[in-house]
Each structure stands twice: as C-alpha cells, then as structure tokens.
Ligand binder design. Sequence first.
Ligand SMILES: Cc1cc2nc3c(=O)[nH]c(=O)nc-3n(C[C@H](O)[C@H](O)[C@H](O)COP(=O)(O)O)c2cc1C
Length: 296
Amino acid sequence: MSELARISPPGAADELRAALADLTESEQSVLTRMIMAAKFDENGRAEIDEISIVREFMLTDPSMNTPSQPHGGMPPIIKPYTGRPFVPFPKERVEIDANLADVIKRRKSVRDFKRQTIELKTLATLLETGYGLVRYVSAYGEPRFPFRRAPSSGGLQSIEVYAAVNDVENLTPGVYHYQPERRGLTLLDPGLVRRRCVRACLNQDWIGESGVVLFLTCDLRKLLWKYGRRAYRMSHVDAGVVAQQLHLIATALGLGSCMVAGFVEEAVHKLLDVDGKLEFAALGICVGVPVDAPSH
Ligand SMILES: Cc1cc2nc3c(=O)[nH]c(=O)nc-3n(C[C@H](O)[C@H](O)[C@H](O)COP(=O)(O)O)c2cc1C
C-alpha cells in the first residue's frame, strides 16, 4: 500500500482513490505531505491553501531546494518590463516634515476614504520614500548593485510593488508596476480596477473607495539561488518590512492606509499577471484620502 493510500481518510470515495492512483510518485509524495500538514475541520474537510501548496512545491522540487553558488544565477534585482507604456514621476516631491514618534502615534488602519484624487507627486513620494532607490554599491560581483530605502534579506529586494490605480492624478486607471530605477510606473493593464480589487479582496467594499491599492509580491527567484528553502520564510519578512514602511509614510503624508491580506490569491495573481509560484502576492495596502482629511 502506498504511503498516500495509508493516510487517505477511511471514508474517501472510490473515485478519489482512483484519481490519486493516477498521480505520479512525486505528485503523490507532494500530496501526502500536504494532507499530513493540513488542518481538518469538524466535518473532516481539509484546509489546504495556496501557501501550503507553494511551500510543498518548494520543499519537494529539487530545483527549488538547492541554493546555487553565490555570484551565480542571480536574477535581475529590479524586475524589467519592456515594450509597455511608462509614466515617469514628476520631478516635484512632497516634503515629509514629520516626527517619527508622532507618525507612529497617529498610525492606524484607515478604511474610510473620500473620493478625492491622489496627486501623482504624493504617490511618487510614498513609493520612493518607502522603497525607492538610494544608491548603487559594488555587491554580488555587480559594480552597480542597487540599494533601496527598505532593508531586505541579503539586500536582494525580493518584494515587487504593483499599483492598482483607481484615482491618481495623470494616471489612467489600471495595473502598474513600480520601477525604482526609471522613477516611474509601467502600465501593465489599463482598465477600471475598483470592482476587480474588491472582488479579489473577498468583497471588502471599502477597498473600492481607495485611490490606489498597492500589491506587494514576493519574487522567490531573487532569494532561492542564495537561500534555498529558507527563501520562503524570508520573503514574508521582507514583505512585512516594506508594508510597514509604506503604511507609516502614507500616515506621514496625511493619507489613510490599511493592509489587506484577505484576498483570493488566484484573483490577485491574475490581476497582476504573476505565476503565483515563483512570484506570489503577499499583501495589499489600500491607500486613499481619509474622510476626515481637511479639504483643500
Ligand atoms: C498582515 C495584515 C493583514 C491585514 N489584512 C486586513 C484585511 O484584509 N482587511 C482589513 O480590514 N484589515 C486588515 N488588516 C488590518 C488589521 O485589521 C489592523 O491592523 C488591526 O485591526 C489593528 O488595527 P490598527 O491597524 O488600526 O491598529 C491587516 C493587517 C495586517 C498587519
């Protein structure tokens, strides 16, 4: 009897058993581990989510599990997009004249936004102060290795930032990718995204009132070549670092923001056009003008 057959719930339907028998040995091995790791509710239904799938994929796929030598195999640190419309940021920035302790005291999750356009210079300030390029250094055999405003595991900047734009000055609504080196946004998919964001985020309606939803993805490729299976853990820590930085800077800029982990992974992966395995959505941050903000 295979290991999988042994752990299958005794009441499992015959069709299920037959379907399992069709799997290859390595697929059976992944599934076995997932079943063993899954939590079961009182009706015996397993909760197997995207995270456990990615994790199992990483732990069992040999190509994911072997860190290669440092200085070899490092993917581009700044994800390139070519042949797409690009919107450069304006030169102007908003001056942040805030005291860190005050910002921390003022910080809260804001979910009540008024429909007011966010200025592009404000979004630029948020992205650049939170996760912009600081300088180039010589590292990993690269004479011009970029450093960013947030710390990251190995300095490898595993987090990519996408912006689902609802209402930002001079930006067509749609999905953009933040390009720190070129100082602007690449337009990936034009079109209204309010309802798509709400639906992807488990119908949290207030999200539709935000000016922009920033989605942070983890690009495991940047970490795997160096850290192997530890990459998965580190990618989430990296996401938390960038998220909190953006949340605090939004507060300092007088914007309201709220992190969102309540989303359907597949829907967000589709929205951002990422594969959900080597690059997957970690967190959203909704940003908007709070209802209690003074009117101009
Ligand atoms: C990782 C993470 C995910 C979150 N996801 C959601 C979410 O999906 N929806 C939501 O309304 N709030 C979400 N929040 C916000 C929390 O509910 C909020 O931080 C908490 O209630 C404490 O309130 P405060 O941030 O105002 O102090 C999330 C916060 C974090 C850190």
